[in-house]
Design a protein around this ligand. Structure first.
Ligand SMILES: Cc1ncc(COP(=O)(O)O)c(C=O)c1O
Length: 509
């Protein structure tokens, strides 16, 4: 049940929504200790320039009691049977709660017990249009009846259309070295379709190696990849090798060799990190799994400059932060072109939940990738690309983009109250951009272990009908569908506020 919203809203003009962050929100970031919480509270009472009618005197306490818990023995026979089947026959690589999802609509999902959840995970930043979208269902039905798969032995009607849409939107909105509004069609860009984020990154790494060989007459010394702490690029061997997290890597060593690891936003030592032997540098402009960390523009520009000096290929992994999650086509669309990459990888929301991944490269990077250099059986299927074309056409509509800005600002306005109300638990800065948000916790599993942990709040939220994710060791991550509604944002933040109160003070049940 959605509680009555705490405020009344009027839709604001886009020019208001797109203005720079108000100074009062910036000043909130500076504070961290509890002695300053009164000041935070006062600010949440004052009107936000984005949402002048939003007022909140104190955190919501409507959801102190759990509503979605059931002892295992009380689960339906069907749920119990399915859980037992999974336990017996599925590879046990996922730790998940006893919830079997059956269907969804918009931002909501239901389990087999009839419990309704607000989905602020969106399949880990995938379901751009939410669940049960009728337009997507129609495209699926029509294209499935025509041609589902044909392999890449022949052309199909949808992969060139989707590739062309991606490149033309990139020219229009900026990215991959194109300034926003680029009209000339030369130089251009090329797209390779895969099936997932990790495969898109494998493709990008291969292209970087291939290009280095082409540039050095097949000399084999320019083979090193550079990646960064807290990055996540996927689970296949190449992508895993540039995901420097021992939790993921240690059991599978030896990995692909020739990888160096740096720290994002650290300028010192960049010249030694990225040297003449570097063929590719891979970075997420906003780290997702690693904790929702925004990478600084000045650092990206220094990395770009160094890549140019040593002729290394710069790869941006926008699998999680790309495709309008931040309110722009790419997280780097708004950055000056001297920060842009040579290659951008994407996946998650491109076909709204149907598996797809893609690598987009500038023309000069594409040159050495001739017939046979790379390939896939399933990638670029007519069904995946028809859906991708449909989803991308919908979310790139200017009215939709304006809506993402609007709803993101509202989510941000609400989240900005939390550090002030819960200073012992939540760090002052709300992380991320747009609809990719992180609440940083003081407890990162190593320090301040006595404080509330992000995993605890995720669990309490689920017990109250809200699905959120954690990120890294110290964050709760919110990545709802791009068409999430304001009442849903209210429900999500109200539940989080109640959960933070429960976690800090204990349940009042
Ligand atoms: C930034 C980033 N890159 C790559 C991947 C891997 O994508 P996939 O799980 O589709 O292979 C992920 C998945 O979370 C991701 O967030």
């Amino acid at each position: 049940m959605i509680r009555t919203t705490t405020a009344r809203f009027g839709r604001l003009p886009h020019s208001v929504l797109s203005q720079a962050r108000p100074a009062c929100l910036d000043s909130l970031r500076q504070r961290s200790d509890s002695s300053k919480s009164a000041a935070f509270q006062a600010r949440c009472l004052s009107s936000s320039p984005f949402y002048p009618h939003y007022r909140a005197a104190s955190p919501n306490t409507s959801y102190l009691s759990a509503t979605h818990t059931l002892p295992p023995a009380d689960l339906s026979v069907e749920t119990q049977k399915l859980l037992a089947l999974g336990e017996e026959y599925l590879l046990g690589v996922y730790a998940r709660p006893d919830i079997v999802l059956s269907h969804g609509k918009g931002s909501w999902v239901w389990d087999l017990e009839g419990r309704k959840y607000l989905d602020f995970c969106a399949g880990i930043a995938v379901n751009a249009l939410g669940h049960g979208d009728e337009g997507m269902a129609e495209v699926l039905k029509t294209q499935a009846a025509k041609l589902i798969h044909s392999s890449n032995v022949y052309h199909n009607a949808w992969s060139p259309r989707l590739a062309s849409l991606l490149v033309s939107l990139t020219r229009k909105e900026g990215g991959l070295g194109f300034a926003p509004g680029t009209t000339s069609s030369t130089p251009g860009a090329k797209v390779f379709f895969a099936n997932s984020g990790t495969e898109a990154n494998e493709g990008a790494l291969k292209i970087a190696r291939r290009l280095a060989r082409a540039r050095t007459d097949d000399s084999t010394s320019k083979t090193f990849f550079v990646c960064f702490e807290n990055a996540f690029h996927g689970r296949t061997m190449g992508a895993l090798s540039v995901t420097p997290n021992s939790k993921y890597q240690a059991p599978f060593r030896p990995l692909v060799g020739d990888v160096r690891v740096g720290k994002v936003n650290e300028l010192d030592g960049l010249n030694e990190l990225i040297d003449e032997n570097t063929c590719g540098v891979i970075v997420e402009p906003i780290q997702g799994e690693g904790g929702v960390n925004v990478v600084e523009m000045g650092w990206l520009s220094a990395v770009r400059k160094r890549c140019d000096e040593v002729k290394a290929t710069l790869i941006f992994d926008e699998v999680q932060c790309g495709l309008y999650r931040t309110g722009r086509l790419w997280a780097h669309s708004r950055l000056p072109v001297d920060c842009h990459p040579d290659i951008v990888t994407m996946a998650k929301p491109l076909a709204g939940g149907y598996p797809i991944g893609a690598v987009m490269v500038r023309d000069e990077v594409a040159k050495p990738m001739g017939p046979g250099a790379h390939g896939t059986t399933f990638g670029g299927s007519p069904l995946a690309c028809a859906l991708g074309h449909y989803v991308l056409s919908r979310v790139s509509d200017p009215a939709f983009v304006a809506y993402i800005d609007d709803i993101s600002s509202y989510l941000e306005t609400r989240l900005h109250c939390l550090p002030g109300w819960f200073p012992k638990t939540i760090q002052p800065e709300i992380r991320g951009r747009g609809l990719m948000r992180g609440l940083g916790f003081w407890n990162n599993g190593k320090v301040m272990k006595d404080r509330v942990a992000p995993g605890k709040v995720m669990e309490l939220a689920r017990e109250r009908g809200l699905l959120v994710l954690t990120a890294g060791s110290d964050a709760v991550r919110l990545v709802p569908s791009l068409n999430v509604g304001r009442a849903e944002v209210d429900f999500a933040v109200d539940v989080l506020e109640s959960c933070l109160s429960v976690a800090e003070n204990g349940s009042k049940e």
